[in-house]
Design a protein around this ligand. Structure first.
Ligand SMILES: [Zn+2]
Length: 389
């Protein structure tokens, strides 16, 4: 396997404090050696070993590829009109998901896959090298299993979200829908997924229903993650921590007890500022979580209804501007934080043995991700050792 050195990196985020300065393990004037799909060496440019190939970063900054640990990309259709109405003064409710459910059910496998691939490529161009995605727009046994099968062909991080909303077919009998989600639908979906998720929210699933669904998924080997406390206060966050979920996602409305639970448990708090941006909602308070000692991840929640952005740099900028995060914290949360939310130690860092996933920025430092919001700074991306952008 040919080795490649990427040299003359002005500032390298390794996320490994043993390799450089501070929590980001920053190295100035750095080089990275890639061997196959892995990082083989990291250090000062002047000390880089001889390799087969050489890439000159020409003074650009580099950081680990973004880890987007929360998206909903197996869908069809468009909700421009809903967004436009909301921006004209109507409030968002979870019911808008039904529009996408109808379009997704009507779409062919080929159309769903093409749409997924288009969004994965769009995210990759913005530096995202690992992307979790979910079912949740089928809500029948066949349509949920099909979504997961399509997703699993393109990412290892696939989440069963049959419990996105109660299927419109079961509007009069939500208990029967929970039985389906924990029975025949789970049987069909578990082989294609790594995670099980529930939208625990007023208008979706309550705490008891969420517990039943997550417990059933866990019994089939799926690891829980939870849509929790997005629109209102509720039981989702504490349920996630109690059940050992990898992540509680949204965390917008938190009591002190919720914050304490996240700080004291192993569950990552994944914040999704694109959702608050796109619904003009209250920002999650990242500062409060970080000061309490919780692990915080940032993710896009990319979906056609409430957060139609695939841009992790945009989320970093929002987190710094509106959620009390420092640029260093936001960059960590968008890389190493996402890896923690997916319980992965082979991504989200640039260190010997890690997967060779990295992005170069047309900027001298990672701070420019927040300093220059909306500017397409990502100029090159390696994923699993292959130059993709
Ligand atoms: Zn979501």
């Amino acid at each position: 396997m040919a080795t490649t050195v990427i040299t003359n990196i002005s500032s390298l985020v390794t996320n490994d404090p043993s390799l450089g300065e501070g929590p980001l393990g920053l190295i100035q004037d750095a080089a990275v050696v890639v061997d196959g799909d892995r990082v083989a060496w990291v250090g000062a440019s002047s000390k880089a070993p001889a390799t087969d190939n050489r890439v000159d970063a020409e003074g650009r900054a580099a950081l680990p590829g973004f880890v987007d640990s929360h998206s909903h990309l197996v869908f069809a259709g468009d909700r421009t009109a809903e967004f436009n109405a909301r921006m004209s003064g109507q409030s968002y409710s979870a019911g808008g998901i039904r529009t996408t459910v109808a379009a997704t059910r009507a779409a062919t496998d080929e159309a769903l896959e093409a749409n997924l691939v288009r969004h994965i490529r769009e995210a990759l161009r913005q530096g995202t090298t690992t992307l979790e995605t979910k079912s949740g727009y089928g809500l029948t046994v066949e349509d949920e299993a099909r979504a997961l099968r399509i997703a699993a062909a393109h990412t290892d991080e696939v989440t069963y979200l049959g419990a996105h909303i109660v299927s419109p077919d079961y509007a009069d009998d939500p208990a029967a829908y929970v039985e389906l989600v924990t029975g025949a639908m789970l049987d069909a979906c578990a082989p294609h997924a790594r995670w099980v998720d529930v939208f625990c929210e007023r208008g979706a699933f309550d705490g008891d229903q969420a517990r039943t669904i997550l417990t059933a998924g866990a019994a089939r080997g799926l690891i829980p993650r939870v849509h929790a406390n997005q629109l209102t206060y509720g039981p989702g966050v504490q349920l996630a921590v109690e059940l050992g979920a990898a992540s509680a996602d949204h965390c917008t409305h938190l009591t002190d007890a919720d914050v304490d639970a996240l700080a004291g448990g192993d569950t990552v708090a994944t914040l999704l500022p694109g959702a608050e941006f796109s619904t003009r909602a209250q920002w999650p308070d990242a500062r409060r979580l970080l000061d309490a000692g919780a692990t915080v991840a940032l993710s896009t929640d990319c979906n056609p209804g409430s957060s139609y952005t695939s841009s992790m740099p945009f989320c970093v900028a929002l987190a710094v501007r509106d959620m009390g995060m420092t640029p260093d914290e936001a960059v960590w949360s968008a890389t190493a934080g996402g890896a923690a939310a997916l319980r992965r130690d082979d991504i989200g860092r640039i260190a010997p043995g890690a997967l060779a996933d990295l992005a170069l920025l047309d900027a001298p430092s990672h701070v420019h991700l927040a300093y220059r919001p909306g500017v397409p700074l990502v100029s090159a991306v390696w994923r699993r050792g292959v130059r993709e952008v």
